[in-house]
Design a protein around this ligand. Structure first.
Ligand SMILES: [Zn+2]
Length: 279
């Protein structure tokens, strides 16, 4: 028995080259990751946003997307395929729950996922890690948190995003009224995630948000905000509401936003790495 064991041990020397190969691959991967992080910090955007495998949508889902979501129509073929992949991943990962008797349809799921993935489309990390459940009410709902009726809220403790379907639908369908409930609530989730995470998308968001806040302390910018009343008053409730409203204006009215406040627009664009569909 001893002999056989010894012999078989010796036979393992043929594995050595594989061992070196594994170590070499590890070193390569380390340098690649280091390069990826360096690139993201230097150029303010991820080195790449996608791997090569794509998830597919069903025919019905793809049809809803192309008929009802105007942003999708503005994308290149390559970006369309990435967008469909992201929506499929998002729908598979989140649990959709209808409230007050509402049945969550395929159409609702596709459109909610579309708004979420639109806002995060410039990012590599597009999945909203803090959201597990998406609760959909037919209309405004009573929120016990502050004893008032709400159109939407992000509840980090319950890992839930809550939406009134009526208001969500108006938000994405009317594309130029600078109101978009879905964008608003998903921005809250994205910003809170950025505060707690260290991935490059999150650090970029935090850095650009600081740049935006710095702008707001400039007298010239403050006077212009006063005078133009461009952003609706609710934006000035607190930092989080400001970011959420900024995202709504950015998505819905990029040209007007850019012409009034080009520097804040520029920071918002970098914050989201939003470089497609004419933005
Ligand atoms: Zn809000």
């Amino acid at each position: 028995m001893m002999m056989i064991l010894l012999q078989s041990d010796e036979n393992y020397t043929w594995l050595a080259p594989y061992g070196y190969a594994i170590v070499f691959a590890g070193i390569l991967f380390f340098f690649f990751r280091a390069f990826e992080i360096w690139y993201a910090n230097t150029y303010n955007r991820p080195l790449f946003r996608h791997y090569l495998v794509y998830k597919k949508l069903s025919k019905t889902q793809a049809k809803i997307l192309s008929l009802e979501f105007s942003f999708y129509k503005l994308l290149s073929e390559k970006h369309k395929r990435q967008f469909r992949h992201r929506i499929a991943v998002f729908m598979a990962e989140k649990k959709f729950v209808g409230r007050e008797g509402l049945e969550v349809t395929e159409r609702m799921k596709v459109l909610i996922a579309s708004v979420a993935c639109m806002l995060s489309f410039g990012r590599k990390n597009f999945e909203y890690g803090l959201i597990e459940h998406i609760l959909v009410y037919p209309d405004e709902f009573y929120s016990a948190a502050n004893e008032a009726y709400h159109k939407g809220e992000f509840n980090p403790r319950g890992r839930a995003l809550v939406l009134s379907w009526k208001d969500f639908e108006e938000g994405y369908r009317i594309t130029d009224d600078k109101r978009n409930l879905g964008i608003h609530e998903f921005m809250h989730a994205m910003q809170l995630e950025a505060k707690q995470s260290r991935d490059t998308d999150s650090s970029r968001l935090m850095a650009q948000f600081q740049n935006i806040l710095k702008k707001l302390t400039q007298t010239e910018v403050r006077e212009k905000l006063e005078k133009t009343q461009f952003f609706r008053n609710y934006a000035f409730t607190n930092q989080y509401e400001f970011m959420a409203v900024l995202a709504e204006y950015f998505i819905e009215s990029p040209k007007e936003f850019k012409s009034h406040f080009p520097e804040i627009y520029d920071h918002t664009q970098k914050l989201l790495n939003f470089r497609f569909a004419g933005y």
